[in-house]
Write a protein that binds this ligand. Structure first.
Ligand SMILES: Nc1ncnc2c1ncn2[C@@H]1O[C@H](COP(=O)(O)OP(=O)(O)OP(=O)(O)O)[C@@H](O)[C@H]1O
Length: 600
C-alpha cells in the first residue's frame, strides 16, 4: 500500500469505530499549534519594542501587518511588558488547548477500547461452532486482549502522527509567511528525509506483522500448558511444550529488540538533523547572502520547531507501524467472524409441544472426505426418552450437535414441532435445552451460582435457594456440597479443580436440572460416577421419564434400559432401533452383541 493510501485506510478504520469525533482532536491540535506559533512570532514586535532592531522582516508582509494590527488593537504595540504579558497569555491559552485536546484524545481512546472489545466479544458470542472448533483458546484470548490493546496503542501514535503533521504545517506556514525562501528549503529537506525513511517503515511494519502472529502462537502454547498443567507435571512432559514456549519467547524478544533499535535510531537523529539544517541556513544567510543572522532569528526558531516536529512525524508513523500488525489482525478477525457468524432463523419457537424429527440428515466436517452422519431418520416425540448408542466415533456427539443446531446438516432437514430448523431463532430453541456434555463445565464461583448460573440470588431469595437445593438433591450432590466448608457458598475454583471428577459431574447435572429444560441431553452423563451415585442419578433421570423429553448417549447399556426407544448408530448410519427388550432379545442384532460383551 502506498503511504497515502495506508494513512487514509487506517484513518478509516478508527473512524469506523469512533465516528466523526475523531476530527475534533485534530481541530484542537491545529488550534494549539497555531496559538503557539503565534506566540513565538510575537517575539518579533517584542524585539522592536525593546529597541533591539526591527526583527529584520518586512513590515509590508501580510502576516506581519496582521500581527501589528492585533497589537495596536489591544494597544500594546510599543509596550515590552504588555507584549510579554500577551505572550504569556497566548501560551497559557495554548496549554489549555493542549490539555483539552489530550483529554479528549484519552476519552476517545477509552471509547475505542470499549467499542472494539465489546464488538469483538459479541462477535465471538455469535460465531459459529465450526470456527470455534477450528481455533484454539489462546488465539481468542490473544486477539481480545493483547491485539486489541496494541490496536488502541496504534490509535495514540496514529493521532499523534497526524497531529505532528498539523503542527509542522502550522509552523512552516507561519515561517513561510515570514521568510518563504527558508521555509521552502525546510520543506524540501523534510520530504527528502521522509522519503529515506520509507525503507525503515517497511522494515518495522513487517516486524509488527510477525510479532502479532508470534504473540498468537505464544498464547496458544501458554494456554495449553496451563490447561494441561496437572497432566504435564505428573508425567514430566512439561519440557516438550516448554521448548515451543521458549523459542516463541526468543523470537518475540528478537523482534522487540529490532523494533526498539529502529525506534532509537529515529529518535536519535531528530536533533542533529534539525541543527545541521539550521547551520546550513545560517551559513547561507551569512556567507552566501552576506547578511546578519539577527533579522531571521524568529524564522529560525520556527524552523527549528517545525523540523523537530517533522521528524516527529516519522517517529510516530514508525511507532504506529510497530503495532500495525495488531490493527490488521483485529480488522481481519472482524471480517472472518462476519463470515462465520452463526446462521439463525427469525422465528422464535415456543415450548416444545410435539417433538423433534430428523429427516434424511447427513453431515460432513469440512476436513473429512466421508459423511459423519448418513441419511439419519429419527423421531423424538415429546416426553419420550430416546437413547443413542454406538461405538466410539460412530457420530453420536455430532448427532447431538445437530439437535442443538450448533451444526447445520448439509443434507436433509430437522423439524422441531414441525418447523424447519433453518427458520427457527436458535436462541429460543437452545434456552429450552439442558445438556450434560462429556466435558464438564464448572465456573470459578460458588456452588450455588454454578447451579443457578447467576439467574437468581441464592442467599436472599428463598425460592431460588429451595430450587437450587432441590436440583442438587436430584443430582445426588446435596450431601457433598453440605460437607464443604461454606456449603452452597463454597467457591469451587477455576474449572472445578477443587472437586472430584464425580462431584463435578453431579454439579453439572444439578445445573441442568435446575434449568428445568424441555429437552434434556445426557452425553455420557454418568460415566465418571461410582456405582452408587450412578444408580441414584439414574433414578432421578428415570423419574423424569414422561415429564420431559430426554436424549441419552451412554456406553453403559444398563443405564438406558428404561428408554422408550433405542437407536443404534454405526459409522454414521442408524442400523437398528427398538426398545431395550426388543433389541436385546434379537440375537441377530448388533445391540444384543453389545449387551453380551458388556455382561462378560
Ligand atoms: N470438529 C471436528 N472436525 C472434524 N472431524 C470431527 C470433528 N468432530 C468429530 N469429528 C469426527 O467425526 C466422527 C464422529 O465423531 P463423534 O464425536 O460424533 O463420535 P461419537 O460417536 O460421539 O464418539 P465418542 O463415543 O468417542 O464420543 C469421528 O470420526 C471424529 O473423528
Amino acid at each position: 500500500m502506498k503511504l497515502f493510501e495506508s494513512i487514509t485506510y487506517y484513518f478509516g478504520v478508527y473512524k469506523h469505530f469512533i465516528g466523526k469525533r475523531l476530527y475534533i482532536v485534530f481541530a484542537l491540535t491545529a488550534a494549539a499549534a497555531i496559538t503557539e506559533a503565534f506566540g513565538i512570532t510575537l517575539i518579533l514586535p517584542l524585539i522592536e519594542a525593546a529597541d533591539a532592531g526591527d526583527g529584520g522582516l518586512e513590515r509590508g508582509g501580510r502576516a506581519v501587518q496582521f500581527l501589528y494590527a492585533t497589537l495596536e488593537l489591544i494597544g500594546i504595540q510599543d509596550s515590552v511588558v504588555g507584549i510579554l504579558i500577551f505572550i504569556g497569555a497566548i501560551f497559557i491559552g495554548k496549554g489549555f488547548l493542549k490539555f483539552v485536546e489530550g483529554g479528549y484524545a484519552s476519552y476517545l481512546r477509552a471509547q475505542l477500547m470499549k467499542e472494539i472489545k465489546g464488538k469483538m466479544f459479541n462477535a465471538y458470542r455469535f460465531m459459529d461452532y465450526r470456527y470455534y472448533a477450528d481455533n484454539n483458546t489462546g488465539h481468542f484470548i490473544n486477539v481480545i486482549n493483547g491485539q486489541i490493546n496494541n490496536f488502541i496503542r496504534t490509535f495514540d501514535t496514529f493521532t499523534r502522527f497526524l497531529t505532528m503533521i498539523i503542527i509542522t504545517a502550522s509552523y512552516l506556514s507561519i515561517a513561510f509567511l515570514l521568510a518563504w525562501k527558508f521555509a521552502l528549503m525546510a520543506i524540501a529537506v523534510g520530504f527528502v528525509l521522509l522519503f529515506l525513511f520509507r525503507y525503515l517503515n517497511k522494515y518495522v511494519q513487517d516486524l509488527s506483522r510477525k510479532t502479532s502472529k508470534e504473540e498468537s502462537l505464544l498464547n496458544k502454547f501458554l494456554v495449553q500448558t496451563i490447561q494441561s498443567f496437572k497432566y504435564l507435571s505428573s508425567t514430566n512432559q512439561m519440557q516438550y511444550l516448554k521448548g515451543g514456549v521458549m523459542s516463541s519467547i526468543k523470537r518475540l524478544a528478537f523482534y522487540m529488540f529490532r523494533q526498539g533499535a529502529a525506534s532509537a535510531f529515529t529518535k536519535a537523529i531528530r536533533e542533529p538533523v534539525s541543527v545541521i539544517f539550521l547551520l546550513f541556513v545560517i551559513i547561507a544567510q551569512v556567507v552566501v547572502f552576506d547578511s546578519p543572522i539577527a533579522p531571521i532569528f524568529v524564522a529560525l526558531l520556527l524552523f527549528h520547531r517545525g523540523m523537530q516536529h517533522m521528524i516527529g512525524i516519522q517517529d510516530d508513523w514508525q511507532k504506529t507501524m510497530e503495532k500495525i500488525g495488531s490493527l490488521e489482525m483485529v480488522v481481519n478477525e472482524f471480517e472472518v467472524l462476519e463470515k462465520h457468524r452463526e446462521e439463525s432463523g427469525e422465528r422464535p419457537i415456543g415450548k416444545l409441544r410435539e417433538g423433534i424429527e430428523l429427516h434424511n440428515v447427513s453431515f460432513r466436517y469440512e476436513n473429512k472426505d466421508e459423511d459423519v452422519l448418513k441419511s439419519i431418520n429419527i423421531r423424538i416425540p415429546i416426553n419420550n426418552m430416546i437413547a443413542v448408542v454406538g461405538e466410539s466415533g460412530a457420530g453420536k456427539s455430532t448427532l447431538i450437535d445437530t439437535l442443538t443446531l450448533l451444526l447445520k446438516p448439509q443434507g436433509g432437514k430437522i423439524y422441531i414441532d414441525g418447523i424447519d430448523s433453518s427458520e427457527i431463532e436458535v436462541g429460543s430453541w437452545r434456552s429450552q435445552i439442558g445438556y450434560v456434555s462429556q466435558e464438564t463445565v464448572v465456573f470459578d464461583d460458588t456452588v450455588a451460582n454454578n447451579i443457578c448460573l447467576w439467574k437468581g440470588d441464592y442467599e436472599n431469595d428463598p425460592d431460588v435457594k429451595e430450587r437450587v437445593e432441590e436440583a442438587a438433591k436430584r443430582a445426588y450432590a446435596d450431601e457433598f456440597i453440605r460437607e464443604m466448608s461454606d456449603g452452597y457458598q463454597t467457591v469451587v475454583g477455576d474449572r472445578g479443580v477443587r472437586l472430584s471428577g464425580g462431584q463435578r459431574q453431579r454439579l453439572f447435572i444439578a445445573r441442568e436440572l435446575y434449568k428445568n429444560p424441555n429437552l434434556l441431553i445426557l452425553d455420557e452423563a454418568t460415566s465418571s460416577l461410582d456405582t452408587e451415585s450412578e444408580r441414584y442419578i439414574q433414578k432421578s433421570i428415570d423419574a423424569l421419564k414422561g415429564s420431559i423429553t430426554v436424549v441419552i448417549i451412554a456406553h453403559r447399556l444398563s443405564t438406558i434400559k428404561n428408554s422408550d426407544l433405542i437407536y443404534v448408530l454405526e459409522k454414521g448410519e442408524i442400523i437398528e432401533s427398538g426398545t431395550y427388550d426388543e433389541l436385546s432379545l434379537n440375537s441377530e442384532s448388533k445391540f444384543s452383541q453389545m449387551v453380551a460383551i458388556q455382561s462378560l
